[in-house]
Design a protein around this ligand. Structure first.
Ligand code: ADP
Ligand code: MG
Ligand code: ZN
Length: 216
């Protein structure tokens, strides 16, 4: 085939991850980036897990009521069925709900030359890293960690406090089920536990014993 196509540089894709606790502005930031891509005449598609039915099926919505049309899918793989051949930018909200499949799919899209922007919770309600966010953060080119405002003390907050007593990892946010908390005000054992200053002696570093040999 003759023509100039083969001398043009390869279209390079990449992965952007926006992470943080609930209320930190992940969806707002995702919407901001996607709207700017549209302003730049890029063809954009947006996906979210259908488990997140908080605001209906057809949109991603921020707590500040910004919204953008989206397609709800059950599994990350369905994204490929809905993907239009001319799409250049893919946005995914609440990506943590897709599990390990998300990493494979997102990498595939970026390898194909798409810009992929994903937003998700990096810690669960106990403060434990929420798979597959650690894996996505590792393979992404660009990562952004947003912080919320601690509702107890006003400091920057990186944790989501569950207010309802419920042991399930996934409890999709009914209004009032979670609030943003900083490290000092967060109670992994539940909100009923009293908020008190952490005792220095309880920290492994102060005790010295939990520091690995090689790190001393
Ligand atoms: P996320 O997607 O991370 O849950 P959103 O983008 O939906 O966050 O919402 C962010 C918005 O939530 C903020 O701009 C603000 O208007 C509102 N908000 C409510 N409570 C808080 C809080 N404790 N800290 C920060 N923002 C909050
Ligand atoms: Mg959000
Ligand atoms: Zn606090």
């Amino acid at each position: 085939m003759a023509g100039p196509m083969h001398v043009l540089p390869k279209n390079v894709g990449w992965i952007e991850v926006i992470c943080g606790p609930m209320f930190s502005g992940k969806t707002e930031e995702l919407i901001r980036r996607l709207k700017r891509a549209e302003l730049g005449q890029q063809r954009v598609q947006i996906f979210k897990p259908s488990i997140d039915r908080r605001y209906g099926e057809g949109q991603i919505v921020s707590h500040s009521e910004q919204r953008l049309d989206s397609t709800s899918i059950e599994r990350a793989e369905e994204l490929l069925e809905h993907l239009r051949p001319d799409t250049q930018v893919v946005g995914i909200d609440e990506v943590q709900f897709f599990g390990a499949d998300a990493v494979r799919i997102v990498e595939r899209l970026a390898d194909r030359g798409l810009r992929v922007i994903v937003a998700g919770l990096d810690q669960d309600y106990r403060g434990v890293p929420f798979d597959p966010m650690p894996q996505l953060l590792a393979v992404a080119e660009y990562i952004t960690k947003e912080l919320a405002v601690c509702v107890v003390c006003g400091n920057p907050a990186h944790r989501s406090q569950r207010l309802a007593a419920d042991g399930r990892r996934i409890l999709v946010g009914a209004r009032g089920a979670y609030e943003a908390r900083c490290r000092a005000c967060f109670r992994p054992e539940g909100d009923a536990a009293p908020v008190e200053a952490p005792a220095q002696a309880d920290l492994p570093l102060a005790a010295g014993s939990a520091v690995p040999e090689a790190a001393r």
